[in-house]
Ligand binder design. Structure first.
Ligand code: G6P
Ligand code: MN
Length: 442
């Protein structure tokens, strides 16, 4: 029987222990033989790597886990690459968030100009990784999780149209599960219809097993009851109030534009000024991630390494890990399951640019994906998406060509930018803060 080698690229991340734990727990389904953890940062990958080696020894005898900074060693013989890189780590994310906020506009890792800044760091690194994979392991499936996925996916699919790459995000599925909990129906018994761009999409229908659409009833409840709350189970468990607030804003967004249920990230555009007013330019999400999540995970890794056992560690759960593994499982076992994925449109949204990456439901099997045709979309959503897509495509152009002009055009198309002066000032400050990370813009 063919056995599989999985590689995690960017394995120094705090998400790695949970992903490895899910892979190991499902080793039989995945026909798992080996996991290689790869990162350019030797210290970070040694920490998660030694933890995962220990964890595998204690929980999954026979599966080989190793870590390395050598890309050749990691990629040789690979069947799946899970790519989750963050060039500049959360320290650069902090700059992406704080610089725009100082100018009164959204500072966030994927939306607004923070996302633009992250894209310019991440695109060159991702293209190098995908290029290497085409040389070393051209048959491997590349499942990319790296952000900002909207622009990363445009760059990958455009540069390597024949690569076996799928660009995914856990937000739609996490939101589906949250809505399923709210409705009191198992997620597996519901079929969600959805369209949009990454971190910029809408649920249009929620079908139950009998084929009834539950979205109208959900709309009625939200519109008639101001106390309606969506609770994200994972965030609650982690006492991470950020997602609770994001869901509250999504409900507001649904009330404001009740046609479709918005992805939580749309609140940054629907309610830009109100969201910015509540953000602290002195302490952003990156600070929380550095001070809390990374600290908890890395401290626990070090504690377990020192103790020589992972027995009382809690680093092993999370939708984040499950979802990417579910997609690999669908490919390996040819399950034809449905997932929301970023893919070239090619008519999936009938009245949207065919040559643009969109986020739509797709059936996943051993042969790859079959996108679902979601038909024609309304003018309002189409127009929002067109402006956003123009911004995304120009940002990718700027990253690929090093053109300052394209970068400025991208920035000025972003909905969060109120004027030329603000857009240019933020762009120039971000450029300064990203020397050595961004391509030089001329
Ligand atoms: C969701 C999004 C990811 C994003 C993450 C950020 O899962 O889909 O794209 O990276 O949230 O979470 P954080 O806790 O780092 O702010
Ligand atoms: Mn995402």
């Amino acid at each position: 029987m063919k056995k599989n080698k999985f590689v995690i690229v960017g394995a120094g991340s705090s998400y790695t222990p949970a992903i490895v734990a899910v892979l190991l727990a499902r080793r039989d389904d995945l026909k798992l033989q080996e996991i290689a953890l790869y990162d350019i940062d030797a210290d970070r990958v040694a920490r998660t790597g030694r933890f995962c080696e220990l964890y595998a020894r204690e929980h999954a005898q026979g599966v080989q886990v190793s870590y390395t900074t050598e890309i050749e060693t990691a990629f040789r013989g690979a069947d799946f690459l899970f790519v989750q890189i963050r060039p500049g780590c959360n320290q650069q994310r902090e700059q992406d968030e704080k610089i725009p906020l100082r100018h009164g506009i959204l500072g966030q890792e994927t939306c607004g100009l923070g996302g633009f800044s992250f894209a310019l760091r991440c695109i060159p690194a991702i293209l190098e990784i995908v290029g290497k994979a085409q040389e070393i392991c051209p048959d491997a499936w590349i499942l990319n999780y790296s952000n900002p996925e909207a622009m990363i996916s445009e760059a990958i699919y455009r540069t390597y149209p024949h690569a076996k790459a799928l660009c995914i995000c856990d937000m739609p599925i996490s939101q589906e599960e949250t809505i399923a909990d709210f409705l009191g129906i198992p997620h597996k018994d519901l079929t969600f219809k959805y369209f949009g761009l990454n971190h910029f999409g809408w649920f249009t229908n929620i079908y139950d097993k009998e084929g009834r659409d539950l979205l109208p009833a959900l709309r009625e409840r939200v519109l008639s009851d101001p106390s309606v709350r969506l609770v994200n189970a994972e965030a609650e468990e982690k006492h991470d109030n950020y997602w609770g607030e994001m869901y509250a804003h999504a409900i507001e967004g649904f009330r404001a534009y009740p046609e479709f249920f918005p992805l939580v990230y749309l609140s940054y555009y629907y309610f830009h000024n109100e969201m910015v007013a509540h953000m602290d330019p002195g302490y952003t999400r990156a600070n929380y991630v550095l001070d809390v999540r990374e600290k908890v995970v890395f401290d626990d890794c070090e504690r377990c390494i020192a103790a020589g056992t992972t027995k009382d560690s809690a680093l092993h759960a999370g939708v984040h890990g499950n979802y990417i593994v579910d997609i690999a499982n669908a490919i390996i076992n040819n399950t034809h399951e449905r997932f929301i994925i970023n893919t070239m449109n090619r008519g999936a949204i009938g009245n949207f640019n065919h040559d643009a990456v969109v986020e739509v439901p797709c059936y996943v099997s051993a042969g790859g994906i079959e996108p679902v045709s979601v038909g024609y979309i309304p003018q309002f959503h189409k127009s929002l998406m067109e402006a956003q897509k123009g911004y995304e495509k120009l940002a990718v152009e700027a990253a690929l060509t090093g053109s300052y002009q394209k970068a400025l055009q991208a920035v000025l198309l972003n909905r969060t930018v109120p004027s030329y002066a603000v857009g240019k000032a933020v762009l120039d400050e971000l450029m300064e803060a990203n020397q050595g990370y961004w391509p030089a813009l001329k």
